[in-house]
Ligand binder design. Structure first.
Ligand SMILES: [Zn+2]
Length: 252
């Protein structure tokens, strides 16, 4: 059976001298690993090797899901990703690679998430088209945080970000201290923090941003880094290992 979809390449590895194994995140199908036979041949029917973030119409034959599907057609749509910007701005590139890594690690094969697909596409588009300067890195990080919150919500693992998980008191700007516990999967207030040895303290500004993502656009870099640090610790707990690209996001 042949399936048509729109897909974005979130991983591409060499399989043989001429073939690649490519993981597409496809709008209707979800994450689908395919073998792209002959992709690296000079006269490749896919227009050459398929690069990370290549986006376009895909046709693949679904071979029963316990075997790799085979890519039959790939028609790239130009203009979605501005590669020159990504290669000139290492932070922008790392942010896109991190987003792709998270989708690959956290979304199950053949589990469709059209909303998440649209978010990923938008994030990669915006990150690769915005003028890159150091001032823009805060904006990229803010968009990356929004993307991670969408991802965690889509897969049903979004932590509780607007009240204390333990006593259920709503987060308030008057809270003197705010903590986050990955084990408790959310915010912890000062009165409850003693029972959560893994808790990390976060600034009031970072806590407000987590509770209301609209504030991320106005947040300063220290608050954004505080939020990203919390998310990476939480995702590390979910995965049981740190995401590979995480160090390049926090240490930039
Ligand atoms: Zn509490």
């Amino acid at each position: 059976m042949l399936t048509n979809d729109h897909g974005i390449c979130i991983r591409a590895v060499d399989y043989s001298e001429t073939s690649q194994v490519v993981t597409f995140f496809a709008r209707q199908t979800g994450k689908v690993p395919v073998i792209a036979k002959g992709a690296k041949k000079q006269k490749s029917s896919f227009g050459g090797p398929i690069e990370i973030f290549s986006y376009g119409d895909i046709v693949f034959s679904d071979s029963g899901r316990d075997k790799l599907a085979t890519l039959a057609e790939f028609e790239p749509l130009a203009g979605m990703v501005n590669y020159p910007v990504l290669s000139a701005d290492i932070f922008a590139l790392n942010a896109c690679l991190f987003a792709a890594e998270l989708v690959n690690a956290l979304v199950n094969d053949y589990d469709p998430h059209p909303g998440l697909f649209d978010s990923l596409l938008q994030f990669i588009h915006d990150t690769s088209h915005d003028r890159s300067s150091n001032d823009e890195h805060g904006k990229i990080l803010a968009n990356l945080i929004v993307f991670q919150l969408v991802l965690l919500t889509e897969i049903g693992l979004c932590p509780v970000l607007d009240y204390c998980v333990n006593c259920r008191n709503r987060l308030d700007v008057r809270w003197p201290e705010v903590y986050f516990s990955s084990h408790a999967k959310g915010l912890i207030c000062r009165d409850c923090q003693g029972a959560f040895p893994d808790k990390i303290r976060l600034t009031t500004e970072a806590a407000q941003c987590l509770a209301d993502a609209k504030l991320l656009a106005l947040a300063g870099e220290p608050a954004l880094k505080n939020v990203e640090d919390i998310l990476i610790r939480y995702i590390t707990d979910v995965l049981g290992r740190p995401p590979k690209m995480a160090q390049y996001i926090l240490n930039s």
